[in-house]
Structures are given as structure tokens and as C-alpha cells.
Design a protein around this ligand. Structure first.
Ligand code: COA
Length: 184
């Protein structure tokens, strides 16, 4: 079982089926805020939909292709973060994340993204971590910016959100850059 303690109040653990009710509760109560930037809210209407997400994540994890983690903050599940995709051929991991609105604004996701980047580039030995966000999603963009990622470019109409496209901005961190970012 993957668990990763970040500090005294924050940890990551592999999402399990027993987390379904809580994850759905957070999804449902933060629905309006999440829907502004995430494309899957209309496919997550019941706890069964969350169970399907957990099941397909477990299958993909077993193949080494992704890693969905629950964020545990002060003992409570606060959101989801992880690698939506791990591409071994490109030695690249793609980070995705969301937080329940109650837990936003405290630097939780910046610490989580830092821990995930460190895990990918140091423990897992991958070469690159990418974070993509819609150009207008400043809260998401601020996370790789705070961590010293490089802005690499814009993917025009990179994502479809329900009834419109948004341009995506790509941020990247290379293994060779991460050590100096961390002051090593
Ligand atoms: C993207 C998302 C996770 C960012 O959440 P967030 O709470 O803003 O990010 P963090 O947890 O890193 O917190 C940063 C905020 O806490 C503040 N903060 C407080 N203490 C802090 C600390 N020690 N370190 C860093 N930031 C701190 C920062 O100033 C910032 O607040 P501000 O935006 O008012 O300046 C959240 O907005 C979200 O879930 N959005 C919907 C889903 C989404 O867009 N996902 C990403 C798709 S690409």
C-alpha cells in the first residue's frame, strides 16, 4: 500500500474503495467550484461513479500507468492528487489535483505537488514532471510557479470543458533542475 507522510499534518495514501463515500461527499459539495476547471463532474453524479473511478485507477496503478492519492490533512481526506499518467517510455509523470473548497487557501496543494514531484524525480527516478492547467486557472498555475517549474508553452484549445475549449499552459520540471530547486 502506497502511503507517504509529507509532514506532521499532511500525508498521501493510495485511494481505496473504502474512501468512495468521502471522496463523493467532497466532490458533491465542491461541485460548482470544481466544475469550473475539471471536465468529469457531469460523469460523477453518484457514489457508484466514484467507485468506478477508484476501480479504474486501481487497474491503471497495477499496470504502473498512474497513481491516484487521497490527500489526508489533519486526519481527514481533503482531496485527490497524483499522477494521471506515468509514461515510462518518456520517463515523464503528469500531475493532476483537486481540493475540497474548505481546504483551499492554506498551501496544502503546493506541499502535495512538491512531495509528488520529489517522489517522481528522486525516488521513482523519472526524468520529468509536467503540470497542465487552463490558462485562466490561476490557482492551479500558481502551484508549479511556486515550485519553480518552467512554463513551456500553450496548447491551444487543449481541453474541452462541457461546452467550450480552453487553452492549456504546460509547466515542466526536469530531474536535473529539481536538485538545485531543492537546494541540493
Ligand atoms: C487548484 C487548487 C488545488 C489550488 O488550491 P489552493 O488552495 O489555491 O492551493 P494551495 O493549497 O497550494 O494553497 C495556496 C493558497 O494558500 C495560501 N497559502 C497559505 N499558506 C501557504 C503556504 N505555507 N504555502 C503556500 N501557500 C500558502 C497561498 O497564498 C494561496 O492562496 P491565494 O491563492 O489566496 O494566494 C484548487 O483551486 C482546486 O482544487 N481547484 C479546482 C480543481 C482544479 O482546478 N484542479 C487543477 C486542474 S489543472
Amino acid at each position: 500500500m502506497f502511503t507517504h507522510k509529507i509532514d506532521g499534518e499532511l500525508a498521501l495514501k493510495l485511494v481505496e474503495m473504502q474512501d468512495a463515500e468521502r471522496i463523493f461527499e467532497l466532490t458533491d459539495r465542491s461541485r460548482a467550484a470544481l466544475k469550473e476547471w475539471l471536465p468529469w463532474l457531469d460523469h460523477t453524479k453518484t457514489v457508484e461513479d466514484t467507485k468506478n473511478f477508484i476501480q479504474s485507477g486501481a487497474e491503471s496503478f497495477a499496470l504502473g500507468k498512474s497513481l491516484n492519492c487521497a490527500i489526508v490533512y489533519q486526519g481527514e481526506l481533503a482531496g485527490i492528487a497524483g499522477f494521471n499518467e506515468i509514461n515510462e517510455a518518456k520517463q515523464t509523470a503528469y500531475i493532476g489535483y483537486w481540493l475540497d473548497t474548505e481546504y483551499q487557501g492554506q498551501g496544502i496543494m503546493t506541499r502535495v505537488a512538491k512531495a509528488l514531484t520529489d517522489y517522481a524525480l528522486t525516488e521513482r527516478g523519472l526524468n520529468k514532471v509536467e503540470i497542465r492547467a487552463a490558462v485562466g486557472n490561476e490557482k492551479s498555475r500558481n502551484i508549479p510557479i511556486r515550485l519553480g517549474f518552467t512554463e513551456e508553452g500553450i496548447i491551444r484549445q487543449g481541453e474541452w470543458l462541457y461546452d467550450h475549449f480552453v487553452d492549456s499552459v504546460v509547466y515542466g520540471m526536469l530531474k536535473s533542475e529539481w536538485r538545485s530547486e531543492k537546494g541540493e
